[in-house]
Design a protein around this ligand. Structure first.
Ligand code: Q46
Ligand code: ZN
Ligand code: ZN
Length: 312
C-alpha cells in the first residue's frame, strides 16, 4: 500500500476513508482533520483558553499534543484518583502526564483527590455506598465536579476531553439500546456552556481509537497502555467489542453510526428539542455548581455522607 500524498510506503491505512498515508503525511493529516472538526462544530477559537483533561493515556496526551501543534492555548488538568489496582495505575499515569508536560514546556494543573477530600476514589466509593461495589459512579461524579471547578476557578472557557470515535459510538450504542432520549440529546462533540459551567468539547470524536494509537506512536509520545483496572468487564468495553466485530465486516460502520446520528439530531429528525422539558437548575448551596436537586448537588451530598461516616 502506498501513501496517497507522496507514493512512499504507507504506514497507516484507514479503511473507512479508503486512505493510506506514510508516517510524515499521517502526522500532518491528524492535526488538519482535528482543525476541521474544531471549526465544523464551532468548538473554540484561538483566543479562548482551553483546559485539557489529561489521564496519561494516548487519547488525552495525543489531544493535548495536537492542540498545541495547532497553536491553541491549551493547559492540562490531571486528577489524581488514587487508584492502584496492582499496577500502580494512578501513579504511573501521573508520571507520564507530568513527563509530557515537562518535555513540551506546558502547564499541567494537578488535583489530588485524596489530599482534597481526605480519601482516594475507591475509599470514597466504599464509604458512600454508591455504585454497587464499583468506584466508577463516584469516580465519574468526582471527575465532572473537579473539572468544572478548576475550569471555573482558573477562568478556562472550554474543557476538552480525549473521547475518540470508539468511545462515542459505544456510548451512543448504549443510549440507543435504552432509548435514553435525555442522554441522546446531550451527546455530541460540543456541550454548550450553561449556568456557570464551561463548554465541553471532544475534538477527537471522529478518530478511531487505533488512529490515536498510531498518532502517539508516530509522535513518540509515551503514554500508559493499561486502562484503569476498574474498567474491566464494563458495559462500554463490551459495546466496543460488539462494534469492532461489526466494523471488521463493514469498515466504516462505526463512523457512519455516529455521524448519521449527529446529522439526524441536528435536522430535528430524532427529537424535537423544544418539546423536551429541561430540568430546572439552580446553584448548589455548598459548591455553587448547577444542580437539579434541592440544596446540595450529588457530589456534595456524597462528600457529606463520607464525612459523616468518617466522623462516626
Ligand atoms: S470511572 Fe471507573 Fe474510569 Fe474511574 S474508576 Fe477507573 S474505570 S477511571 S473511565
Ligand atoms: Zn506520504
Ligand atoms: Zn455542590
Amino acid at each position: 500500500m502506498k501513501c496517497r500524498k507522496c507514493g512512499e510506503k504507507a504506514s497507516v491505512h484507514m479503511r473507512q476513508h479508503k486512505l493510506a498515508l506514510c508516517k510524515a503525511h499521517y502526522l500532518e493529516w491528524v492535526p488538519e482533520q482535528t482543525e476541521r472538526f474544531i471549526k465544523k462544530y464551532q468548538m473554540f477559537t484561538p483566543d479562548e483558553k482551553i483546559l485539557v483533561a489529561v489521564s496519561g493515556g494516548k487519547d488525552s496526551l495525543g489531544l493535548w499534543d495536537i492542540l498545541v501543534r495547532l497553536g491553541y492555548q491549551a493547559d492540562g488538568l490531571y486528577l489524581g484518583l488514587g487508584i492502584d489496582g496492582g499496577i500502580n495505575y494512578s501513579h504511573e499515569s501521573q508520571r507520564l502526564s507530568e513527563k509530557f508536560a515537562a518535555q513540551n514546556n506546558l502547564t499541567l494543573h494537578i488535583v489530588d483527590i485524596e489530599k482534597e477530600y481526605g480519601q482516594p476514589i475507591p475509599v470514597l466509593a466504599e464509604i458512600s455506598h454508591r455504585g454497587h461495589g464499583k468506584p466508577c459512579a463516584v469516580c465519574g461524579l468526582t471527575k465532572r465536579h473537579e473539572m468544572n471547578r478548576i475550569a471555573r476557578d482558573l477562568g478556562y472557557a472550554v474543557l476538552a476531553t480525549g473521547h475518540n470515535l470508539d468511545d462515542e459510538a459505544a456510548v451512543l450504542f448504549g443510549n440507543t439500546l435504552n432509548w435514553s432520549s435525555e442522554y441522546l440529546l446531550r451527546q455530541g462533540p460540543v456541550l454548550l456552556e450553561s449556568d456557570g459551567l464551561a463548554r465541553k468539547v471532544k475534538p477527537l470524536c471522529r478518530f478511531y481509537e487505533r488512529e490515536m494509537t498510531a498518532y502517539c506512536v508516530a509522535r513518540g509520545i509515551e503514554y500508559i497502555y493499561e486502562e484503569c483496572p476498574f474498567a474491566e468487564g464494563s458495559k462500554s468495553i463490551y459495546y466496543k467489542e460488539l462494534l469492532n466485530q461489526l466494523e471488521t465486516t463493514r469498515p466504516g460502520a462505526k463512523l457512519t453510526f455516529y455521524l448519521r446520528f449527529l446529522e439526524a439530531r441536528k435536522s430535528g429528525e430524532l427529537f424535537i428539542e423544544k418539546d423536551m422539558v429541561r430540568a430546572h437548575l439552580h446553584p448548589c448551596e455548598k459548591c455553587g455548581q448547577p444542580t437539579s436537586a434541592t440544596g446540595l448537588c450529588s457530589f456534595c451530598r456524597t462528600m457529606e455522607k463520607v464525612s459523616s461516616v468518617a466522623a462516626s
